[in-house]
Design a protein around this ligand. Structure first.
Ligand code: CP3
Length: 367
């Protein structure tokens, strides 16, 4: 913790001292914005900033399968640092994947290039559920080690830990892989509500444990990715998903690290996703941030929300659209906005366009 800081982070359990290793990043623009404190400029980072858009990433990953690369701490450290060095983003996101904790408890899952996570035996019955045992920190020693290495190296740059939310993980486990319509997932949600609730509850436990490992090793914020929850209507979300996501947020509330909640196509769910327990709500590009601010309500930060495809347009168009995002964010006041894309960096994006965007956001938002 820095010498100038007198108060513990928002949400810290009384008497609980923040981990000293988290301290160096405490006054970073990113963590200050998460806490609605004044910032020198709007902080910016990109979902999927560590990955295939970077030639240096492709080089170090050569010949190493995705999930194996997540289990090599030195490699994880290098890949996580690459976009920080290159783009000068305000935060690092830990290089891993949402299915890593599932593999760690023994689920036969692989990530197929160009497809995504594929599950050998989908989960469709109470008997299948027994394969989802709780996650213990000893199951993921490589995560603890990689986070520790990173926090030492990052110094004042915050490290964002992350996990997949129960709904998004359930959709992969039930469908057996990526799915457009989530038909098996919804069939279970509507047709076997007890099995559905038991599955989401188990996943909430695994997700919470995975986040705790990252926070205890020194991550200074966390993001819960519910990428595919936009497939649901608000009533179904409230009834069938929100309790499990709330369980995850409650489980990590005592650490006092900011909790970000993100999904795609979630315009109608933004208010509920905030209520689920987030400090900051991620917004995709379909809802302007001033409208999102009304839906989320006061007291929460917003993250987003430039359309990733804009990065394929000329620099002047990128800057016009980025300025619109910064302007719309003023609806929540002078702090509380974290600039990001509305979804992840695409592999075919020009890394230089991303670096230029970071510099532009810093300059255009300088206070
Ligand atoms: O830079 C970062 O954001 C950190 C790393 C990160 C990865 N996956 C690395 C990765 C993060 C935060 C994730 C989260 C993740 N994984 C999500 C939620 C984020 C989102 O985009 O909505 C989801 C849905 C997954 C599941 C998953 N894993 C998908 C859909 C894919 C892409 C498949 C493909 O080939 O197009 C993966 C693989 C994956 N995870 C890659 C990376 C860098 C690409 C694999 C590779 O480089 O070989």
């Amino acid at each position: 913790m820095s010498e100038t800081t007198a108060t513990p982070p928002t949400g810290a359990t009384p008497g609980q001292q923040p981990d000293a290793r988290r301290g160096a990043a405490y006054d970073s623009a990113f963590l200050r914005a998460c806490r609605h404190e004044p910032v020198p400029h709007t902080p910016v980072w990109f979902m999927r900033q560590a990955g295939r858009s970077l030639p240096e990433y492709l080089k170090v990953r050569e010949g190493i399968p995705m999930l194996e690369s997540c289990m090599r701490p030195e490699l994880v450290k290098e890949i996580t640092l690459q976009p920080v060095r290159r783009h000068k983003v305000d935060a690092a996101i830990f290089f891993s994947d949402i299915v890593v904790p599932l593999r760690a408890v023994g689920i036969d899952v692989d990530i197929k290039p160009g497809i995504g996570p594929v599950i050998a035996d989908p989960i469709r019955s109470f008997a299948d559920l027994e394969r989802l045992r709780p996650l213990e920190p000893d199951d993921v020693p490589y995560i603890t080690e990689a986070v520790g290495l990173l926090v030492d190296e990052l110094g004042p740059t915050p490290l964002i830990g992350f996990a997949g939310a129960p709904y998004t993980l359930a959709s992969y486990l039930i469908e057996g892989g990526p799915s457009k319509n989530h038909e098996n997932t919804k069939a279970m949600m509507y047709g076997a509500p007890d099995l559905w609730a038991a599955l989401l509850d188990r996943l909430a436990g695994i997700t919470a444990a995975f986040l705790k490992v990252q926070i205890e090793a020194g991550a200074s914020a966390i993001q819960l990715f519910d990428s595919w929850v936009g497939a649901l209507a608000p009533d179904d979300y409230r009834r069938s998903v929100m309790p499990a996501s709330t369980k995850v947020f409650d489980a990590v509330a005592g650490y006092g690290v900011p909790r970000i909640h993100f999904g795609v196509g979630t315009g109608e769910l933004l208010g509920l996703m905030g209520q689920a327990g987030a400090d900051v709500v991620g917004v995709d590009w379909r809802v302007p941030l001033n409208v999102a601010a009304e839906r989320v309500g006061p007291g929460k930060g917003l993250q987003g929300n430039l359309d990733p495809a804009v990065l394929f347009a000329p620099t002047s168009a990128v800057e016009t659209k980025a300025r619109e995002v910064l302007h719309a964010a003023q609806a929540i006041g002078s702090s509380g906005h974290i600039f990001n894309l509305g979804h992840g960096v695409m592999p075919s994006m020009d890394p230089d366009a991303l670096s230029r965007l970071v510099a532009f956001v810093h300059e255009a938002s300088a206070r």
